[in-house]
Structure formats: C-alpha cells, structure tokens
Design a binder for this molecule. Structure first.
Ligand SMILES: Nc1ncnc2c1ncn2[C@@H]1O[C@H](COP(=O)(O)OP(=O)(O)O)[C@@H](O)[C@H]1O
Ligand SMILES: [Mg+2]
Length: 456
C-alpha cells in the first residue's frame, strides 16, 4: 500500500522539502525487525506544502487580484522564485519559495474532496473550489469538513424535497458534497454513538452561514419530524421572528444576522424530533441608534412601516422611515419584489425610496416578511394581544428616538430638559408603552445616584 503523497515523492525525490534526500539519509533511523520477513510496507512521506524550486514546473504563484495565477518557474533564486504567468499577458512574478505552490497536472479536473488532490495546497484547493463553483457545484469536502461558496442565486433542485430524501442514510462521499450530507452524518452519529453532535458553521459576513443553518434545520425536520409536525413547524417558524428582530441590511449582506445563534434540536427515544431550543448572544444593540451610511436598522422597523395595515399604522403613528431619527441615519429604502411593493402605501415610503425605488433581494421583502412575521408569532402560540404589544413597543422605540434634549439654562446645577418640539414624540411613546406621560418625561431627565456600598 502506498499513499498518493508517497507516489508523488517517488517520482522526484528532490521534491521533499527542506531536508533534501541526502539530509533525510543522514537522519535515517534504521529499524531492525525481528521475526517474519517484510511483505507489505506503508510509506508515509510528508510532502512540502510549497513548491521547491524546479525549473520549468507549472505552479500557482500569488497574485493580488486573483489570489493565485498559474505560471512556469523561469528562474530559481536563493530567496525568490521567478514565475512567468501562463496566460502570457502578465509580468514575471517574483515570490518567496513558500508562497509558490505546485499545480495539479490536469487543471480542469475537479475532485469532490480536496484531500483527493495530488498536491493539496492553497493554490490547488482554491482552484478546485473555483472549478467546481463555475459548474454550480458550490460544495466541496476537506475530509468531513464542508466548504461552501455562496452562489447568490437559487440553484435548481439543490434543496428540493427530492434532494433531501436522496441524502437520507448515505455516508459522506456517496453522493456529491452537500450540506444535507453533513446533517445526515450528524444524525447518524447521534444514533450510532448515542451522543449529542454539533455542526459548527463559520465564515465571514455574507458567506451563507444562516442559510446553511436553515438547510440543516430543514433537513432534520423534514426527515425525522413527527407526524403531527407541530414541533418542527415551531422550530422552523422561529426563523422569520429571529431574522426580523436580529437581522439587518449591511454593506456586505442584505440579510446579515447581527447576533450569534445556538440552535439545538432535541430528539426523543424514537429518534424523531422532540423539541428545540434557540439561544442567541451578542446582539449588536448599537444598531438601534446608529447605522453606517447605506446600512439599515433591524428589519422589523421597516417591516412594520411597510407591512402593517392602515389602521395599525395610524394607531402607532407611523410615518415614513426618514421621519424617524433611528432610521433616517442609514438607508431608508424598503426591500420589495415587483408584486409586493404595490401593497406598500405611498405615504409609508421615504423620499429616497420613492426616487431610487425599492431594493431587491430574494431573501428580504419588507411587506411580505411582515405578514410572515405576524403569522409566525401567531403560530408559535403568542396571543394576539401580546403580538400587538410587541408592535407597540417597536413603534414606541422609533418615537423615543425622535426625542431631543436641550440644555437647562434655568438650573444652576446644569442638566437638560426635553426639547419642547419633542413633546408629541414623548406623548406617543408614553401612550404606546402604557406609561404615564409625566412619569416618562420625568424619568428621561432625572438622574438617579446611588452611593457605592462601602464597608466601614
Ligand atoms: N445556499 C445558498 N443559495 C443561494 N443563495 C444563498 C445561499 N447561501 C446564502 N445565499 C445568499 O447570500 C445571502 C447571505 O447569506 P447569509 O446566510 O445571510 O450569510 P451569513 O449568515 O454568513 O452572513 C443570503 O441572503 C442569500 O441571498
Ligand atoms: Mg447570518
């Protein structure tokens, strides 16, 4: 038996890095063996990750724009290698030995698992993922880790019910790499090992973590949900609620989760879904009061303005987003598809939204998402009166944001008073929060001082 790396090394012993074959020879430790003669051997040769100089060899050389470009080694220096790009157009690249990597022989062949590459290094791994991505194969394994590249478009049939069913009970590697295969492995290992399993989803903002997490949740609930279906419905329906209150448009992602999420799916003795638990942490609270230009506050504010009916908006005294300090700092446009935007009242849209139009994203739609949010709140069992109170509080926050303070020139101790122009906002906020008008005014401008406890 001989592993791939050994095969590669055998063809060209010089490729073994740093310690050349002679230095390996020097440090060879003879292992005498006693007893039966050797029939099979296992060769384990550790290959260098970078391309040690070999004139004329095709390599991946670093490139600022592309990450890596293919080139041929044309000069071997002590410190640097000179690589001539294969596409002919570019200038010779000078790079350190350890930043140039061997390329695969067949550059158009892709592998499901990066570990199956003859030379596994940064250049070949990225190229393999890139070749696959161009063929709409967004998933690639590195052993039992899944690399996923955000396609930013719906790939037909990728998450259909048929696909969900096809991955059931299949070991990793039998079918093409997929997030469902990871979910299935977690489920099978839980059953086999009788131990809880974790799937960790990580990546930079906009990489597709939230969508991946939703896919895993859907896979587990579709395959092993109970026949009654209420539990998994509640688990899946927590998503529109969490996203309304915890997601926002950022410059990188129109539906960016501004909090960390820990989702548990509980399975009963018969290995079907028995319950779930979602906890969140590190919510970006500062976004309520401030957003960068081009970003938005949490979706729920825009959903409420765009999606609530006329009577509710009147009751909550909601005008367009530009009229609220907490929304006017950032982007005031709504998200909406061609069909949903006609449901949004003209008076609810900001001048920016009216002039530039609605933003479009298949994942975000303020009017429709508000209807989904209201339904989800109802479906998870929150009484109608409480749902109204939640919306009252959201609107009250917007009115509170419009309150201004001015310096109190009449008080020698300093301090401030409420700007008389903000009187309307204070009254509306008090009314919506169920507070006494006077108490809210007083509470907003009084300071409570508490002596620290000191022991004598
Ligand atoms: N598998 C996918 N297929 C299609 N579009 C996707 C997929 N994953 C992510 N997206 C798109 O990318 C956007 C950002 O993904 P998201 O999961 O919110 O990123 P993250 O949570 O990593 O910040 C989504 O709103 C969606 O438009
Ligand atoms: Mg997210």
């Amino acid at each position: 038996m001989q592993i791939n790396y050994a095969k590669a090394a055998k063809r060209d012993p010089k490729r073994v890095s740093g310690n050349s074959s002679s230095s390996r020879q020097k440090h060879r430790i003879p292992l005498s063996h006693v007893g039966s003669p050797i029939v099979y051997r296992v060769h384990i040769v550790e290959m260098p990750s970078n391309a040690i100089g070999e004139f004329g060899r095709v390599v991946w050389a670093p490139d600022e724009k592309e990450g890596f470009v293919l080139g041929r080694i044309v000069d071997l220096g002590v410190e640097d290698l000179s690589v001539e790009p294969l596409n002919g157009g570019g200038a010779v690249i000078k790079a350190k030995h350890d930043s140039v990597f061997w390329a695969e022989e067949d550059l158009h062949k892709d592998v499901d698992d990066n570990c199956a590459l003859m030379f596994l290094n940064e250049g070949t791994l990225l190229n393999n993922c890139r070749v696959r991505y161009a063929r709409q194969q967004i998933y690639t394994y590195v052993a039992n880790i899944l690399i996923s590249i955000n396609p930013y478009e719906n790939i037909p049939d990728l998450y259909s019910l048929k696909t969900i069913k096809s991955y059931q009970g299949k070991s990793l590697g039998i079918l093409p790499p997929h997030i469902f295969a990871i979910a299935d492995k977690a489920y099978r290992d839980m059953r086999r090992l009788r131990e809880s399993q974790s799937v960790i989803v990580s990546g930079e903002s906009g990489a597709g973590k939230t969508e991946s997490q939703k896919c895993i949740l859907r896979y587990l609930c579709e395959n092993w949900g109970t026949s009654a279906g209420n539990i998994e419905k509640s688990i899946l329906e927590a998503n529109p609620i969490l996203e309304a209150f915890g997601n926002a448009k950022t410059l990188r992602n129109n539906n960016s989760s501004r909090f960390g999420k820990f989702v548990e799916i509980h399975f009963g003795a018969n290995h079907t879904v028995a319950g779930g638990f979602v906890s969140h942490y590190l919510l970006e609270k500062s976004r309520i009061c401030f957003q960068q230009a081009g970003e938005r506050n949490y979706h729920v504010f825009y959903q409420l303005i765009a999606g609530a009916d006329e009577a509710t908006r009147k009751r909550l005294k909601l005008t367009s987003p530009d009229q609220f300090q907490y929304l006017s700092i950032g982007c005031t446009q709504f998200f909406g598809s061609h069909s949903s935007r006609k449901n949004v009242a003209q008076s609810a849209a900001s001048p920016e939204c009216r002039s530039k139009g609605f933003l479009e994203d298949s994942m975000v739609d303020d009017f429709s998402d508000f209807q989904r949010l209201s339904k989800a709140l109802k479906d998870i069992g929150i009484p109608h009166a409480l749902v109204s109170l939640i919306f009252d509080t959201i609107a009250a926050l917007l009115h509170l944001g419009n309150i201004r303070f001015v310096e109190n020139t009449e008080d020698s101790r300093g301090g401030c008073v409420l700007d008389p122009k903000a009187a309307g906002s204070v009254s509306v906020a008090a009314q919506l929060l169920g507070l006494d008008d006077y108490e809210l005014r007083h509470g907003l401008v009084s300071r409570m001082m508490q002596p620290t406890k000191v022991s004598l």
